[in-house]
Design a protein around this ligand. Structure first.
Ligand code: HEM
Length: 507
């Protein structure tokens, strides 16, 4: 009996020791290379919040950032057991993203689909999840349908969607006899309508059906995108044992959603090729041009879902955060309304160029994105041997495969670069333009360099058109203060219903 207990205890002891050694094997990695290792360092690495509990990944990043910023250009951390560099100096962020881009060409998300290219075929076609030459080709092919010229030609889609948005708000207030609208839902309706029209040339009806009635496209896209974003959190946790990705056939897009969007793309293409909407210059027209050059239906769906993912989700998130913030900053909202009404007085049907040339609107959008980051950090992969100048004559050798994190949320909330960072102050860009802050590496809502957001113009167009239409007709007010929270996926979000009051503007 005692022998059995002793054997059992011995076995448990060995098992724990093995797990302990496995998890901490690399913990001396940075000390050996002369890079300060960020403390505290736990059994789960530098970011235990990745696995839940009171903290989260962005919160843990913040603790390390605030402890070491200004003292080190970068510190060594561990993403679970994997050695990683955390950038603290914005100029180093600029070097990684722009100046030395070729040394850090890939993004960690490309490693998340390496095992699943056969069955998760559409996510694998998204440049955000691609590496090397594949990334270049997909970016070039997909991006050619998103140039300023293409968007200018498709601008009527946003004009009409803006009208439908206003119409929906009016109907909501009248039918419900209530001017408080849950604005997250409103924004998803708007981006679903705009993206359905732009990508597939269809009227998805998310703004024209019954008030609060969720239609199939919006419902399906919501489930699709929520699953994909939850998967990012799951994948972020897997460096502890990457084998689980293969073992559990982890994926981003479900088989059901793959079939849904394939059918939608085939049907839309068939309709267009039959002559319906032949004059339209939208993303479907671009996809059909790619098809003529040899793209398969799978390639077309891959491009379509790349645009849908951020055109629907990320754009809506930026929009409802901005409306929420404006709801608390009446002075800035009034100033923005004045700019909008003056522009509309000159030209009721404002053009694509005019929309993009409204300076205060631009400043408000960027200031809002600075404050609430829907993508709060980037993780890049070192793709060839390189060095980082750590200062004080210390040079760090960086090995290929090492991951490098840029904590954009924390850079954007650092009072060294943005005095009173928790205040919404679009005027901070009066004297120093947004582009200058981006060049300094401390304002990166769309990233920078060759991997800068591919759909930046679409995102800005989505957000600007909606803000223009809403503010021209309504004054918005916050009704409840909401906390921000993160699920250790990509960003930080408002937690709870975004109930805003819409008060008709007397003109
Ligand atoms: C306002 C809304 C948007 C925001 C805030 C946003 C933000 C970002 C950010 C921060 C990145 C990461 C850059 C990096 O890793 O260095 C990114 C990448 C990307 N975004 Fe967006 N995005 C938005 C809208 C869009 C839209 C509408 C599309 C599609 C048309 C899109 C497509 C992409 C793609 C494909 C990438 C990967 C680019 C690459 O790795 O080459 N985004 N975006």
């Amino acid at each position: 009996m005692w022998t059995l207990i002793a054997l059992l205890l011995g076995f448990v002891h060995i098992a724990f020791s093995l797990v302990y050694f496995y998890l901490t094997w690399y913990h001396g990695y940075w000390d050996k290379r002369g890079l300060v290792t960020a403390k505290p360092l736990t059994l789960l690495g530098s970011y235990p919040g990745l696995f839940g509990g009171p903290s989260n990944f962005i919160g843990d990043l913040g603790k390390i950032y605030n402890k070491y910023k200004g003292k080190q250009r970068a510190v060594g951390t561990f993403l679970t057991r994997q050695p990683q560099i955390l950038v603290l100096d914005p100029q180093l962020a600029h070097e990684v993203l722009v100046t030395n881009f070729s040394d850090y060409r890939d993004t960690v998300t490309s490693s998340y689909v390496a095992h699943s290219k056969d069955y998760d075929k559409y996510v694998a076609r998204n440049p955000f999840f691609s590496a090397g030459d594949d990334w270049k080709k997909r970016r070039t092919d997909g991006g050619a349908g998103l140039t300023p010229n293409k968007l200018k030609q498709a601008f009527a889609i946003w004009e009409q969607t803006g009208e439908k948005l206003l119409n929906y708000v009016q109907r909501y207030i009248k039918e419900r006899d209530n001017n408080i609208i849950e604005t997250r839902d409103l924004c998803y309706r708007y981006t679903a309508q705009a993206m359905g029209d732009f990508i597939w040339g269809i009227d998805v009806g998310s703004l024209s059906g019954g008030v609060n009635e969720i239609n199939q496209f919006q419902q399906f896209s919501m489930e699709w995108v929520s699953y994909a974003f939850r998967s990012i959190t799951r994948f972020n946790q897997t460096p502890i044992a990457p084998i689980v990705r293969r073992l559990f056939r982890m994926r981003f897009f479900t088989q059901k959603s793959n079939e849904f969007y394939l059918k939608l793309t085939r049907d839309a293409a068939k309709l267009r090729l039959s002559g319906s909407g032949a004059e339209r210059s939208d993303y479907l027209a671009h996809l059909l041009q790619l098809q003529e050059k040899g793209a398969s239906y799978d390639d077309m769906v891959g491009h379509a879902l790349t645009v849908l993912m951020d055109g629907f989700e990320t754009s809506a998130a930026v929009l409802y955060h901005m409306l929420y913030t404006l709801g608390a900053y009446q002075e800035q909202q009034e100033k923005l309304r004045t700019e909008i009404l003056e522009a509309l007085a000159v030209n009721k049907n404002i053009s694509y160029e005019q929309l993009n040339a409204l300076p205060y609107l631009d400043q408000c959008v960027y200031e809002s994105m600075r404050m609430t980051s829907v993508i709060g950090f980037f993780i890049k992969i070192c793709t060839r041997p390189t060095t980082i100048d750590l200062g004080n004559d210390k040079i760090l050798q960086v090995e290929p495969g090492t991951t490098v994190t840029i904590p954009t949320y924390h850079l954007q909330h650092d009072e060294t670069y943005f005095p009173q960072p928790e205040e919404f102050k679009p005027e901070r860009f009066d004297n120093v333009p947004v582009s200058e802050f981006t060049k300094r590496g401390c304002l990166l809502p769309f990233g920078d360099g060759p991997r800068i957001c591919l759909g930046m113009r679409v995102g800005l167009l989505n957000v600007k058109m909606a803000v223009l239409r809403i503010l021209a007709e309504y004054k918005i007010e916050q009704t409840t203060k909401l906390p921000l929270s993160s699920d250790s996926g990509l960003g930080i979000y408002l937690n709870g219903d975004v109930d805003l009051r819409y008060i008709k503007v007397q003109k």
